[in-house]
Design a protein around this ligand. Structure first.
Ligand SMILES: [Ca+2]
Length: 320
């Protein structure tokens, strides 16, 4: 097949998907249900990020998130008026949820209402450094490329932050991907090569701070959900490069790309993970997220979502 033929074939396939979608999916509730999940995921992310990020970027990110949450809440309220959802699913937002599992009931202490959801001890000590690793912030939502991405520098090409509800052959909520995927994922847009960069300072102090790093007592875990489209080899790759105070690379971890064979030709995203000790001397981490179009066509169908870089102290001692 020639380049344009292959491209046309892809687009035709997408068009069929879209036709099928638009003819069947006229349900007004679809959006709000997604919204509920997005709001939940956003709240959790905001909790995690709010507790860990001291970056200036966080303020605008947070403002963004708050505005989004308010909008979602309004949309949900409007949607609830419009149609009555099935009792099992979206009819129960937060107020009715406290029906906790039996473990809570057995607990002897009356627990003076903790201010936040209580994650495990391990989660509390984990620090996720990535800003907007979930593609949920800033412009996007369609297959159209965007000029800027919150938290990231567009180094090459133009990414699209595509909504899982867009359809047309792109990954959808039911396709392989992160359990808490929010509403959008990164893609390579229409460029043959699209690259996003994020430079992160490592914490100066604390249990994952410089002293601990230099003693070899901090472990990093880089995670990315990476994928592509059907049998095509368009792909996404995440690299994490640790640098010392002088900017010299001291270690590198690379995730992906996830090949069509590894995806078993399924359209979707699959988890890739790397974990090791943060190299002594490391002061910053550079994330590079690259989407590569293989061969022909217009659409760069490298996909990514749920990008994270967490640090954990490897000593059991909490007092340092
Ligand atoms: Ca997402």
């Amino acid at each position: 097949m020639s380049e344009t033929e292959q491209d046309d074939a892809k687009r035709r396939q997408r068009a069929r998907f879209v036709d099928a979608l638009t003819s069947t999916a006229q349900q007004p509730g679809e959006r709000s249900r997604l919204g509920t999940r997005v709001a939940g995921a956003t709240a959790v992310l905001a909790l995690v990020a709010g507790g860990t990020l001291g970056l200036g970027a966080w303020r605008s990110y947070q403002a963004d998130e708050e505005a989004k949450e308010q909008k979602l809440a309004a949309e949900q309220a409007a949607a609830r008026k419009k149609f009555t959802p099935s009792p099992s699913r979206s009819a129960t937002p937060k107020p009715t949820k406290p029906a906790q599992p039996t473990r809570r009931a057995k607990s002897p202490d009356p627990a003076p209402a903790a201010p936040s959801a209580s994650p495990s001890k391990q989660q509390q000590t984990k620090v996720d450094l990535v800003v907007n690793g979930d593609a949920e912030s800033g412009p996007g939502g369609t297959a159209e490329p965007v000029e800027s991405v919150v938290g990231w520098t567009v180094r090459q090409g133009a990414p699209a932050l595509i909504g899982y509800a867009v359809g047309g052959g792109y990954p959808e909520p039911g396709d392989p991907g992160p359990a808490r995927r929010g509403s959008r994922f990164f893609s390579g847009g229409n460029s043959p090569r699209t690259a996003l960069v994020q430079d992160l300072p490592l914490p100066a102090t604390g249990r994952t701070g410089r002293r601990a790093v230099d003693a070899g007592q901090v472990r990093f875990t880089a995670t990315g959900w990476l994928g592509g489209y059907a049998t095509q080899e368009d792909g996404a790759r995440l690299s994490v490069e640790f640098r010392d105070a002088g900017g010299t690379p001291v270690d590198l971890a690379v995730l992906g790309p996830v090949t069509a064979a590894e995806r078993r030709s399924a359209t979707g995203l699959f988890e890739r993970k790397a974990s090791a000790a943060v190299p002594p001397g490391a002061r910053t981490a550079r994330l590079l997220l690259v989407f590569t179009r293989s061969g022909s066509g217009t659409s760069n169908d490298g996909y990514a979502d749920a990008i994270s870089l967490t640090l954990e102290p490897t000593t059991g001692d909490r007092s340092s």
